[in-house]
Design a protein around this ligand. Structure first.
Ligand SMILES: Nc1ncnc2c1ncn2[C@@H]1O[C@H](COP(=O)(O)OP(=O)(O)OP(=O)(O)O)[C@@H](O)[C@H]1O
Ligand SMILES: [Mg+2]
Length: 139
């Protein structure tokens, strides 16, 4: 499962990733992969790789990095700044966009919007699962 997280600096990509990792049961430190480009989390049954391509400058590094293998594993890949590696990344199953919303009266950026787009059957199942969970929690 490949999940892209796009949006401007500070939109909340890492915060959402951290929440996702906590939800999966990670209790230890969730480090930012800004410099390492990837932080791996391994469970008994599967792995989650948290990528941040903000500092990925050269797509020629892709082959040497071994990142391709992570995407081919039976793993969950969370990808911040996918647009910085768009020439080499596979297509996502879920495309998540985060943005700031400006209050038209005050001019202040007071809230955020998240948009989820399923890009595969697996992505559709994930969105349907989130929708049903959301509806159960709010009825
Ligand atoms: N949904 C939210 N509500 C309120 N504050 C938030 C929310 N999401 C993130 N923040 C706050 O916004 C700041 C930036 O968040 P975060 O680091 O997750 O952004 P980012 O999109 O990963 O940025 P970058 O592009 O630098 O990686 C943090 O201080 C975080 O606590
Ligand atoms: Mg971040």
């Amino acid at each position: 499962m490949v999940i892209f997280l796009s949006g401007p600096l500070g939109a909340g990509k890492s915060t959402l990733s951290r929440a996702f990792l906590r939800e999966q049961g990670i209790t230890g430190l969730v480090k930012s992969p800004t410099y390492s480009l990837v932080e791996p989390y391994t469970f008994s049954g599967y792995s989650i790789y948290h990528f941040d391509f903000y500092r990925f400058f050269d797509e020629n590094e892709w082959e040497d990095s071994g990142f391709r293998d992570f995407f081919e594993e039976n793993a969950i890949c969370l990808v911040e700044w996918p647009e910085k590696a768009k020439g080499v990344l596979p297509k996502p199953d879920l495309d998540i966009k985060l943005e700031y919303l400006q209050n038209p009266d005050s001019g202040l950026f007071e809230s955020r919007r998240i948009t989820l787009k399923a890009m595969s059957e697996q992505g559709e199942r994930a969105v349907a699962c989130m929708e049903s969970k959301h509806n159960n929690e709010h009825t």
